[in-house]
Design a protein around this ligand. Structure first.
Ligand code: PEP
Length: 250
């Protein structure tokens, strides 16, 4: 079964308001050009969600993180309802930078995922192993443990996208080979099939993330279980991001 590719640009904490509007408008153009063939998304800093969403056209707009709480005394946090009102239709959950630098463990990731789904946001659940884990041969143990930690309480996968992002490939310029990525993507899909059934696993998009660029996107995206990309650094360059989106269409 071929799933429609999804390519999302995660801008992280980069740029300014002008750049956000320009990148969002460029994403709108590529989303329109690839309409029905590739789904395009952007994940701007929260302060610019609303402005970016206003010019993003059919590109979907996702928050980079969202609170596990519905509301109340949580200084500095943003609820899923607030993010929706600002134009987000989805959110990243469990990005490795949040796990590493903001202390988000599997329990927090599971709570955030539950809250986002209950609020009607699409969830891009990020999983991936460290270099130490890969070198120790523990890649699949780590990834399956993160899937279990985040998804154990769910009874169905609707509204969930998985992003496999090896931590050693994020922002390092080092990319997993297509073979390395495909091996983990296939294992993720098997895990989903065991847990949620073949049909649900076959319908779920599994994105690859980790130094994806225009020059390596086609080889990665041609793999059977790679259904798109979560793009960090390269998504800050509109032409490069468009090239990745076009590679997904091939
Ligand atoms: C990311 O942070 O999700 C990511 C994949 O970053 P980069 O493309 O810069 O490695």
């Amino acid at each position: 079964m071929k799933r429609r590719p999804l390519v999302i640009g995660n801008w992280k904490m980069n740029g300014d308001r002008g750049a956000a509007v320009r990148l969002a408008a460029a994403a709108a153009d590529v989303a329109a050009a690839l309409s029905g063939v590739v789904d395009v998304g952007i994940s701007p800093p929260a302060v610019w969600l609303e402005r970016a969403a206003a010019v993003a056209g059919s590109a979907r707009v996702l928050a980079q993180t969202s609170s596990e709480h519905t509301g109340g005394a949580h200084t500095g946090e943003l609820s899923c309802a607030m993010l929706s009102e600002a134009g987000a239709t989805g959110t990243l959950v469990g990005h490795s930078e949040r796990r590493q630098f903001n202390g988000e463990d599997d329990a927090v990731v599971a709570s955030k995922l539950r809250e986002a789904r209950e609020s009607g946001l699409e969830v891009v659940l990020c999983v991936g192993e460290s270099l130490e884990a890969r070198d120790a041969g523990a890649t699949l143990d780590v990834v399956e443990g993160q899937l279990e930690g985040a998804l154990a309480a769910l009874d169905q996968l609707a509204g969930i996208v998985i992003a496999y992002e090896p931590v050693w490939a994020i922002g390092t310029g080092r990319t997993a080979t297509p073979e390395q990525a495909q091996e983990v993507h296939a294992a993720v899909r098997s895990w989903l099939a065991r847990r949620f059934g073949e049909a649900a696993a076959a319908a779920t998009r599994i994105l690859y993330g980790g130094s994806v660029k225009g020059s390596n996107a086609a080889a990665l995206l041609s793999c059977a279980d790679i259904d798109g990309a979560l793009v960090g650094g390269a998504s800050l360059d509109a032409a490069e991001f468009a090239a990745i989106c076009r590679a997904a269409a091939a």
